[in-house]
Ligand binder design. Structure first.
Ligand code: ADE
Length: 239
């Protein structure tokens, strides 16, 4: 990949951006209404770091705003997710290959769940995509360091709900073959795809989406947000 990229990094919550904020060199804080942008450098790359807020609407607003203001070369979404695939454990990393909005529901019209009314075949969920070159760059960067996290690739299902029951987990697995679930990345990918900007989504598993977490969730969430962010730092240093 060429050096000196302008990379937008988006996390939903403070705990998802704090680790990277601390890594930024020559940091500059810019306020735009309710949005705070941290500009700085990691390696040879210019980083535009923001907290979007939770959920698809916040994520889409934030992503489009950053695209319009900064014209980034690529967009990276970092944060935590609930594990949906059987084999996942807390602490694992999931690289999204494609994303779907699992709560997009026009089934009353005869469409399948996840079909986002964007045109095309309404009997198939609408998929949004991440960039293969960025995925390769991430895999290469992460293979050069020691990490205890297992790395998985697969579908991430996004919706405006926290997944916490075995029934919902099974549904996401059966309908979308989802590996993980969270609340922003499909909206970020949709916005990036619409603007023809390559994107990458990296999430660390903070829970198994069934409410069986044995430590207070906020604590694990913070630790796992740091796990995801440190892998992004490794990528940005090597991009
Ligand atoms: N983010 C982290 N865990 C999640 C879950 N179980 N559901 C939705 N978003 C999440």
């Amino acid at each position: 990949m060429k050096n000196n990229l302008k990379v937008a990094v988006i996390g939903a919550m403070d705990c998802e951006i704090n680790t990277l904020k601390e890594c930024l060199k020559d940091i500059e804080t810019i306020e735009y209404g309710k949005l705070t942008v941290f500009k700085g450098r990691i390696g040879n790359n210019e980083i535009i770091l923001t907290k979007s807020g939770v959920g698809k609407v916040c994520a889409a607003i934030n992503t489009q705003f950053i695209i319009d203001k900064f014209q980034p070369d690529c967009i990276i979404n970092t944060g935590v997710a609930g594990g949906i695939a059987q084999e996942l454990e807390v602490g694992d990393i999931v690289i999204a290959t494609s994303l779907v909005q699992h709560d997009f529901d026009a089934t009353a019209l005869g469409y399948v769940k996840g079909y986002a009314c964007t045109g095309g075949d309404n009997q198939k969920p609408t998929w949004f995509y991440t960039d293969e070159k960025l995925i390769k760059a991430f895999e290469t960067a992460i293979s050069k360091v020691h990490t205890t996290s297992k790395i998985y690739k697969g579908v991430i299902a996004t919706g405006d709900m926290f997944i916490g029951t075995p029934e919902k987990k099974t549904e996401l697995r059966e309908l979308f073959n989802a590996t993980a679930a969270e609340m922003e990345s499909s909206a970020i990918a949709q916005t990036a795809n619409t603007n023809d900007i390559p994107c990458l989504v990296i999430r660390a598993i903070s829970d198994l989406a069934d409410c069986t977490a044995n430590k207070p969730f906020a604590e694990v969430e913070k630790q796992m947000a740091e796990v995801a962010a440190s892998t992004i730092e490794i990528l940005l240093d090597n991009l």
